[in-house]
Design a protein around this ligand. Structure first.
Ligand code: CU
Length: 151
């Protein structure tokens, strides 16, 4: 009986430890980025610490249909050739304009969203560096880009 009781309290302690781990992991810093019909991101510079949990919430505040003015948010590794990535992305509609051949350059991304929709992605800020982010919807990246600086 004593063994059972100590086993139960051990199990309870494990659960408590698990719950506190979960709540720590469930509280990333939220960064809302708007996207509009003028092809502009509301945020073009983000700073973070390596390992910090970030939740990027992309919010499309435009009114034009998704097929004409959809937006996504794609975070890329430092030094990625944005032009080459965006060119390949143009034909990757079925994978939210994230081209399979360039997937190794992608740190995080959201799906493409239409007017009044939101999409989010949660990830740990990678190693220190300058990470470009773009909207890879065809024709958008020249205007829709920014930088995540990890320190
Ligand atoms: Cu866009």
């Amino acid at each position: 009986m004593k063994n059972l009781r100590s086993l139960l309290s051990f199990a309870a302690a494990l659960c408590a430890a698990g719950a506190s781990l979960l709540s720590a992991a469930a509280a990333p810093r939220e960064i809302e980025i708007t996207a509009n019909d003028q092809m502009k991101f509301g945020v073009t510079a983000i700073e973070a610490k390596a390992g910090e949990q970030l939740k990027v919430v992309l919010k499309n505040i435009g009114t034009l249909p998704k097929e004409a003015m959809g937006h996504n948010w794609v975070l890329l590794k430092p030094g990625t050739d944005l032009n080459a990535f965006a060119m390949a992305a143009m034909t990757a509609k079925d994978s939210d304009y994230v081209p399979a051949a360039h997937k190794d350059k992608v740190v995080a991304f959201t799906k493409v969203i239409g007017p009044k929709q939101t999409a989010d992605v949660t990830f740990a800020a990678p190693a220190p560096g300058e990470y470009p982010f773009i909207c890879s919807f065809p024709g958008h990246y020249m205007l829709m880009k920014g930088t995540l600086t990890v320190k």
